[in-house]
Design a protein around this ligand. Structure first.
Ligand code: HEC
Length: 166
């Protein structure tokens, strides 16, 4: 009789061990182990979010740089009409603007008044096709084009005067 009781108890203990082992988590800390694992998962999520943020920060820096380039660079002076109509794509000093891989406007700095005027006239008349520039110049007169060309033609001299002053 004693033997039977011991036998049954042994079986019960073995069965319990088997059950606990099959639950797995018990050996990794049970419920607590699970919570720790979850925290691990969440923290990888958190690092991902920080990475995204630094990407966004980089983008923000690029945009700030572009905004400065469109507004003011080291005291480079331009007319209000150039600043409001052209600088957002060509830069306040005509050095061109690029956002990521996208070219917003090419460099126009360094070209003579005549070259610029011819290009503007070609865009306006449609001899050179460019939807952006044509749309912009459509409502401008030939005198306006000449004024812009004259101003852009002066950029190198303005840059030099600024450099000499420094
Ligand atoms: C919305 C953006 C944008 C604005 C604003 C803009 N441009 Fe442009 N501009 C361009 C793009 C894009 C080109 C390139 C066109 C091409 O090569 O097909 C260009 C080309 C030019 C060129 C010819 C450059 C070259 O060497 O071929 C001149 C000159 C020029 N723009 C002057 C101006 C002037 C002056 C203004 C203001 C009245 C102005 N642009 C405003 C986008 C812009």
């Amino acid at each position: 009789m004693k033997n039977i009781v011991v036998g049954v108890l042994t079986l019960l203990i073995l069965a319990t061990m088997g059950y606990v082992a099959s639950q797995g988590e018990a050996y990794n800390g049970g419920e607590h182990g699970k919570v720790i694992k979850d925290i691990g998962k969440k923290s990888t999520k958190v690092t991902k979010i920080t990475n995204e943020k630094s990407d966004r920060e980089k983008e923000q820096e690029e945009l700030t740089h572009l905004r400065e380039k469109a507004g003011n660079i080291g005291g480079f002076k331009v007319s209000d009409e150039y600043k409001s109509k052209c600088a957002s794509c060509h830069g306040v000093d005509g050095s061109g603007m690029q956002y990521g891989k996208k070219l917003m406007g090419p460099k126009i700095f360094g070209q003579s008044e005549e070259e610029i005027y011819k290009k503007l006239d070609d865009f306006k008349s449609g001899r050179v096709e460019n939807m952006i520039m044509k749309g912009l110049l459509m409502h401008l007169s030939q005198d306006d084009l000449k004024r812009f060309a004259k101003e852009i033609g002066e950029f190198p001299a303005r840059a030099k005067a600024l450099k000499d002053k420094k």
